[in-house]
Design a protein around this ligand. Structure first.
Ligand code: GDP
Length: 421
């Protein structure tokens, strides 16, 4: 039995507007943000920052629904990505702006999907359509869209089942729903924590239906949403909104600058890459950058960086530029101790063989090697272990450099494939 709710009765007609880029379209909605230090830093060093902003601009705007003119918007994505929640958020957002949205639940695969949508829709006083018994999503989608067209709803949102790229039958079903309802816009919903897997998934969806926009959910969590870069690349579609919580109104128009600032995250890579030209002696730059871009942060590189750091003063300033070096290796007010520690580390590294210094194999440093290094440098084994722990910590952070394009001096076009979640 099909169930629907009639709260639409008349349509609201608005003059048709020119189709602006989505970013401009929703300009007025952007929340004023507290200035953030990291964001400021990133913008002070615009190279990577700008490149990432560019990567998030596919060069064409998404379709934007017009008030008073019926649009069908279909939501697709992996199960659990936040699709059903986002459908309601999207509807609620537009309802507040004067649209007449309606929700159609064409997810017949997940038990409880209709109840979830119904509950959300009821809370937001948005008309909905779905069925507990009908198993054909195409039938439900078509009937829902037809019903709401008759009721002059101007934004008909179709929620579909979550699916994974390996589920061929579900992809075929999604294609059929799209063919039958002819959506004006298909939105790919992705969880911010998906990371680089986003590319393959987004591409699979794009190959079956004509994805025209991306929404990144769960931006309130720890993930930085780096997968959005992949999703934009795979679908050639812009990110239009982000989800920032479980509640209906925790939904923001996508704003590229704060998003990229967050993406640059743990190290201020743009600032670092700019400064590296100043800090690292000219003759060492290309080699160091090359090594870093290959992701090989060896003990020798750490040693060379320590040398640079001790050479340059004031030591604190230099530290603050190197991702990972500042807070733990160099607590504020303890510069003297820190530089003594670095010298101690370097003494221990002086007792290492070339093989040990150049190795990227973490298993190489076994107990007997550590004992030999301790003996050779007159230090305790536990101090050697501490130094190796420090190395591992830095190597982990610097592994993010892998894939960086090597920028030429004065031509900072570095960007990272790996700046992900
Ligand atoms: P679907 O399977 O893709 O339809 O996903 P759901 O809409 O059922 O969402 C899966 C879970 O993610 C639910 O617990 C939602 O409350 C939660 N969720 C959705 N969007 C967000 C978001 O932006 N932030 C947070 N924290 N949780 C979200």
């Amino acid at each position: 039995m099909l169930e629907r709710d009639h709260s639409c009765s008349s349509s609201i007609r608005c003059p048709i507007q020119a189709r602006p880029r989505h970013a401009e379209q929703y300009q007025e909605d952007r929340q004023p943000r507290r200035p953030r230090r990291r964001s400021q830093q990133a913008q002070d060093h615009p190279a990577i920052f700008n490149e990432l902003c560019k990567m998030l601009d596919p060069g064409k705007p998404s379709f934007t629904p017009k008030k008073g003119k019926t649009s069908v918007v279909m939501f697709v994505g992996l199960q659990g990505s936040g699709k059903t929640t986002t459908c309601t958020k999207y509807a609620y957002y537009h309802q507040k702006k004067g649209w007449r949205p309606a929700l159609v639940c064409a997810d017949t695969f997940r038990a409880g999907a209709f109840d979830q949508l119904k509950q959300n829709a009821t809370k937001a006083k948005i008309p909905f359509y779905g069925s507990y018994t009908e198993s054909d999503p195409v039938k439900i989608a078509v009937e829902g869209v037809e019903t709401f067209k008759k009721e002059n709803c101007d934004l008909i949102i179709v929620d579909t089942s979550g699916r994974h790229k390996q589920e061929a039958a579900l992809f075929e079903e999604m294609r059929q729903v799209s063919e039958a309802t002819k959506p004006d816009l298909v939105i790919f919903v992705m969880d911010s924590s998906i990371g680089q897997a986003a590319f393959d998934q987004a591409q699979a969806f794009k190959q079956s239906v004509s994805v025209g926009a991306v929404i990144v959910t769960k931006m309130d969590g720890h993930a930085k949403g780096g997968g959005a870069l992949s999703a934009v690349a795979a679908t050639k579609s812009p990110v239009i909104f982000i989800g920032t919580g479980e509640h209906m109104d925790e939904f923001e128009v996508f704003d590229v600058k704060p998003f990229v600032s967050r993406l640059l995250g743990m190290g201020d890579w743009s600032g670092f890459m700019d400064k590296i030209h100043e800090v690292v002696p000219m003759d060492q730059q290309p080699e160091l950058l090359q090594k870093l871009s290959e992701g090989n942060f060896t003990l020798r590189i750490m040693y060379e960086q320590f040398q640079n750091i001790l050479k340059m003063g004031p030591i604190n300033q230099v530290f603050s530029m190197l991702p990972g070096f500042s807070a733990e290796l160099m607590p504020k007010g303890r510069e003297k101790e820190s530089s003594a520690k670095i010298k101690r580390y370097m003494t221990m590294m002086d007792s290492m063989t070339n093989e040990e210094l150049d190795s990227t194999n973490p298993k190489l440093m076994n107990e007997s090697r550590m004992m030999r290094i301790a003996r050779g440098s007159g230090r305790q084994v536990r101090e050697v272990m501490e130094m190796l722990e420090e190395y591992k910590r830095l190597a982990k952070i610097w592994s993010k450099m892998k894939g960086l394009k090597i920028p030429k001096k004065g031509e900072m076009s570095a960007l990272s494939r790996n700046m992900n979640a």
